[in-house]
Design a protein around this ligand. Structure first.
Ligand code: ZN
Length: 101
């Protein structure tokens, strides 16, 4: 008898920490909206606390480090998390330069 979770599970990979390219792309497609949303909330939070009169620190390693912590619960595959962190930073940066767009 299949459990509900195995019915929804589309992954062919048994190890969630080591996905194949296809499963990683699937997971990224499913989760990029979550990462994007968190990126915007993050940027809004910084703007509220510090104001937006400073430039977004594009390419900052510190920013990327924080972004990684914000997507850590979304998966265990390191490359997937790296992609999600990049997406999160991209959307935070976009919000920063054009809030509400
Ligand atoms: Zn797979």
């Amino acid at each position: 008898m299949a459990s509900t979770s195995s019915l929804i599970e589309t992954s062919c990979c048994s190890d969630p920490a080591n996905l194949c390219g296809r499963c990683r792309a699937d997971r990224f497609a499913q989760l990029r909206g979550v990462a994007a949303c968190r990126g915007e909330v993050w940027a809004m939070d910084i703007a509220r606390r510090r104001g937006r009169d400073v430039a977004w620190p594009t390419g900052s390693e510190a920013i990327l480090t924080i972004a990684r912590t914000k997507v850590q619960d979304l998966g265990r595959d390191q490359l997937l998390l790296e992609m999600l962190a990049g997406e999160l930073v991209r959307l935070a940066e976009r919000w920063w330069s054009a809030p509400g767009s």
